[in-house]
Design a protein around this ligand. Structure first.
Ligand SMILES: O=P(O)(O)OC[C@H]1O[C@](O)(CO)[C@@H](O)[C@@H]1O
Ligand SMILES: O=C[C@H](O)[C@H](O)COP(=O)(O)O
Length: 945
């Protein structure tokens, strides 16, 4: 049997005298708890110095905090508190168990600078207790004379205390007295005492380290003392500990203690500290094996723990040879050694031994803090030609009216004068500082991912619409998967072919499914959740919930469902952060962590951009303001099609940007249309409605795109270029674009945080689903034409497909064609649609967009209905030969998808949009080719600029 486990039968608790972020995150501490029966953790300033100063585990968060203008001390406190919180959470199941035997605690020491400062210790102890905010934290307070009243006070306040730096027996009595007095104070105040945990840390090895050389010297000098001295070498610490245990037994008995015990008090256990052997002559387990006894704790360094696991011999020895204990203690004065005086010396030196590393840590932190300011945000270049002057004027106007200060203060008047809209704006500005909230949570997310990995999960499927799944799509495409982490797939369509494809691509048993829905009411993710829950249930029965995670807002109805189904975890997001502004919240970061990304670093980059955008004081250059004003002013002047060009490695960034910009700005007949995935063509084929934005990498040539952009710029088109250093800079870009989008809203005078026209399609779909419920199927629309297996629906007519298409595609300057495909995505289909898109672009001279439905309904769908009436909507549908039933519903995925397509079509028509639905039949790949031929046969008129 593992000696670490075996030792429990003697009621000895082993705690770990070590903490470091890495072991919290990578599962090592969890393993020690599970496999070695570890029952607590202690930390001290020297331990944190090694952890923080001696590793790069903390560098990203140090930079994040530095960028937030935190001082070195604030940084240290924040790091230490975060680690202690995380460790507390790992011990929480033990702490909460009925028989925790007083264990499950994690200790955090007050600053060593407060060692002789009673009031300072009380203040910091209370502050740490509040900040850690865990019932199983112990605040470590030194047993100095100044510490004693602080111990009593903190105990009386209901705070768990680990009394540290105890070396002497008389001092130990005073410590126990302070504890008891504190408990009595509490009783007098009518407060409960059954929930107070306390230990008295008696330091061992340091006693021998001080006294042994003195004894050695006496032995070397010979004479009378030599013989006595020889018998005491290596014995004083153990004898002190054994004596302390006798004192403990004496103190925690008798009427005074019994009175407290009757009220549920637990004793202040003795904790053997400083138990890592420091003398190579001694056995490594010297301060472990000889001190095993009931109701005591031993806090052991990692190396000693490993040795004990390997060759420890657990047996009770704490009360062995008590006669010898007295002899040792009595012999010391004979040698002229005053143990009390020596332990006082140890106390002073001990305090210094914590002050020194603490000072060193502060210096190291200061260095790292300053380095944080050396890095910059990715550069952007603006080549805006004739628009530059107006843009500069607007930037100046904003600067002189303190716009940015107001922006960070969430002053809704910057956007609109409408009181209701102002209220909505104020309540959706939580994204501004959410990266600061998330940064300290990064280790917990990474730990969550490590544990999923350790449990054997191999895949994660993110199921959500729009803002709830866009960031994971971008992450998956832009980063390679972290080694050993989970493959990531995103499901954001009701298309049965895609659902089936996902089901076939993942091993259900080892796949985590994330139901991601801010509102918790969106039809699609709820359907996906139900579908896959049933599938996993077929394999894992009642344990199916283990494979499910929810990300939703506090108060969402979905929480109850997830709880009832036994979801492994429910992440509660932030009500004041809207879906499309949620990339840097749990919606983006839980999937990112499971995929193995460095979440802390992504957030650090975001905070860097926050700083550049004025979060911590006005800045000379403001990347978000510059971009937002440029886009807003150009949109007002007709350049309202943001054409995004990216290298292949960033091919899905457009999906995220589309949703952010289109859903935020496309309303009140205004807005910016993001055009992503359209190939660059020669300047003459573009109207005067474009702004080109290139987002790429500093070290990726991408010459073909860059040359074309150069030509476009020379032809008078505005071009903006943003070059990232690496994909982690996506953290910065998400934030830059969020600020820019909000600023576009201010320039255009609209509320960027609502989506008033999305509901229209949802309402029409709901109505259609009622028809399905009543009549068993969707109402059929009359065809305008059917030719070569392809059917056309809408008001456009013609004797043949080409004529019908020619009559439909009447484009004006500034128009755009939106291809909306309610199809199963395949590379082949993508290619055919590309061809169609290119053809339309080149022949109509208008912008073209392309999106799969129902995904785009939660993205560009807002702009389609709420933006300017400049769209030509080409809806593509096909049969659903491999339809899938939906559990607990009378309809299938295919019917839901059809209803969504039909509902949106109705909504578009209600907004007087020009629409054409083309049903491609049973074989969409063939159908699209037929359509392409018909389009080519049509005589299309290019919009005349
Ligand atoms: O996260 P939820 O509430 O499911 O919403 C998903 C998406 O639907 C919308 O609310 C509207 O389409 C988007 O803004 C949002 O990102
Ligand atoms: O609480 C634990 C103490 O801080 C630790 O055991 C001190 O050990 P050391 O004497 O090895 O520094």
């Amino acid at each position: 049997m593992n000696p670490l486990v075996e030792i429990r039968q003697f009621n000895q608790s082993i705690w770990l005298d070590f903490i470091r972020r890495k072991i919290l995150v990578n599962g090592d501490l969890q393993k020690l708890i599970q496999e070695d029966s570890l029952r607590g953790v202690t930390s001290n300033p020297a331990i944190f110095e090694k952890a923080i100063g001696g590793s790069d585990d903390y560098d990203a968060i140090i930079r994040s905090l530095a960028l937030q203008n935190k001082s070195t001390e604030e940084i240290y406190t924040s790091l230490a508190i975060a680690d202690v919180q995380q460790a507390c959470d790992l011990f929480r199941p033990l702490f909460d168990s009925n028989d925790n035997s007083g264990d499950g605690y994690v200790s955090l020491e007050v600053s060593p600078e407060l060692v002789n400062d009673t009031e300072g210790t009380i203040e910091e102890g209370m502050r740490f207790w509040k900040a850690v905010d865990r019932p199983n934290v112990m605040i470590k307070v030194p047993a100095t004379l100044e510490g004693l009243p602080a111990i009593r006070r903190l105990i009386s306040e209901g705070i768990n205390v680990n009394v540290t730096l105890i070396f002497g027996l008389e001092r130990y009595r005073l410590v126990a007295e302070a504890f008891i007095a504190g408990m009595e104070d509490r009783v007098k105040a009518g407060q409960p005492i059954d929930n107070i945990g306390s230990v008295a840390s008696f330091f061992l090895s340091r006693i021998d380290v001080l006294i042994d050389p003195m004894l050695d010297k006496m032995v070397a000098e010979g004479g009378d003392k030599a013989q006595i001295a020889e018998g005491l070498i290596g014995e004083v610490a153990i004898a002190s500990a054994k004596k302390a245990y006798q004192i403990y037994k004496e103190i925690f008995a008798g009427p005074r203690w019994e009175a407290l015990k009757a009220k549920g008090a637990n004793t202040q256990r003795l904790l053997w500290a400083s138990t890592g052997n420091k003398n190579p002559k001694y056995d490594d387990l010297k301060y472990v094996e000889s001190l095993i006894g009931p109701h005591t704790v031993n806090t052991i360094p990692l190396e000693t723990l490993d040795i004990f696991r390997e060759k420890g011999k657990p047996a009770v020895h704490l009360e062995d040879n008590l006669d010898k204990v007295d002899q040792v203690l009595n012999d010391l004065p004979k040698l002229g050694l005053d143990l009390e005086a020596l332990t006082n010396q140890l106390e002073v030196e001990g305090a210094q031994k914590f002050k020194d590393p603490f000072g060193k840590l502060m210096q190291a932190l200061e260095k790292k803090r300053q380095l944080a300011f050396a890095e910059t945000t990715p550069p952007a270049t603006f080549q805006l030609g004739q628009y530059q002057a107006d843009i500069d004027a607007k930037v100046q106007e904003y600067k002189s009216s303190n716009f940015i200060e107001g922006f960070w203060q969430k002053e809704a008047t910057l956007w609109t004068q409408d009181a209701e809209a102002q209220e909505s704006i104020r309540s959706f500005m939580g994204w501004l500082r959410v990266a600061e909230t998330m940064a300290p949570m990064a280790p917990a997310l990474e730990q969550f991912a490590h544990s999923a990995k350790a449990e054997g999960y191999t895949h994660v499927v993110v199921m959500g619409m729009g803002g709830s799944s866009m960031a994971p799509i971008v992450f998956e495409k832009s980063f390679p998967k972290g080694e050993g982490f989970l493959e990531m797939l995103v499901l954001d369509t009701t298309d049965p072919g895609t659902v089936r494809h996902i089901e076939e691509s993942v091993p259900l048993e080892t796949t985590l499914f994330i139901v991601a829905s801010k509102s918790g009411t969106t039809a699609e993710p709820l359907a996906f959740g139900d579908y896959f829950y049933e599938k996993v249930k077929e394999i894992k029965g009642d344990k199916a919930g283990e494979n499910f995670i929810a990300i939703t807002d506090p108060g969402s109805k979905f929480i109850k469902t997830a709880e009832e189904l036994g979801y492994r975890r429910i992440f509660l997001n932030f009500t004041e952060v809207g879906g499309r502004f949620s990339a840097l919240t749990y919606f983006g970061l839980v999937p990112a962590a499971l995929y193995g990304l460095n979440v802390g670093e992504i957030l650090e980059r975001a905070i860097r951009m926050m700083r550049a955008c004025g979060a911590y004081g006005t800045t000379e250059e403001n990347p978000g303001l510059d971009l937002g004003v440029a886009l807003g002013i150009m949109a007002q002047q007709g350049r309202d099609k943001l054409t995004l060009i990216v290298p292949q490695s960033l091919s899905d960034l457009g999906l995220w940007l589309e949703q952010l910009l289109a859903e935020s700005t496309g309303k009140e007949s205004k807005g910016i249309l993001p055009v992503a995935g359209e190939p660059l063509v020669e300047p003459s084929l573009y109207g005067h409605d474009r702004v080109f934005v290139y987002v790429g990498y500093q070290n990726e040539a991408d010459e073909a795109n860059k040359q074309k952009l150069n030509t476009l710029q020379q032809a008078g088109h505005p071009v903006i270029t943003i070059l990232m250093e690496d994909p982690l800079d996506l953290g910065q870009e998400f934030f830059r674009w969020e600020v820019a989008t909000a600023i576009v809203g201010a320039v255009l005078g609209i509320n960027p945080f609502d989506q008033p026209n999305v509901q229209a399609a949802k309402t029409a779909t709901d109505k259609l689903m009622k028809v399905v419920a009543e009549e068993g199927k969707l109402p059929e629309e009359e065809k305008a034409l059917e030719a070569d297996g392809v059917a056309y629906y809408g008001t456009s007519t013609g004797d043949n497909a080409a004529d019908l298409l020619a009559s439909y595609f009447q484009a004006n300057p500034g128009d755009y064609v939106a291809i909306q495909a309610y199809l199963t995505e395949t590379p082949e289909l993508n290619q055919s649609i590309e061809q169609l898109r290119e053809y339309l672009q080149e022949n109509l001279h208008v912008a073209t967009t392309f999106g799969y439905g129902p995904r785009f309904l939660h993205s560009t769908g807002q702009y389609h209905k709420g933006g300017p009436n400049t769209g030509l909507f080409l809806q593509l549908t096909a049969d659903n030969p491999n339809d899938l039933p939906l559990p607990g519903r009378s309809y299938s995925f295919g019917t839901l998808k059809n209803a969504q397509a039909q509902g949106d079509l109705e909504a578009l028509r209600n907004y007087d949009r020009r629409t054409l639905r083309v049903h491609l039949g049973a074989d969409p790949a063939q159908g699209i080719q037929t359509l392409l031929q018909a389009v080519k046969a049509a005589s299309l008129n290019a919009a005349q600029a």
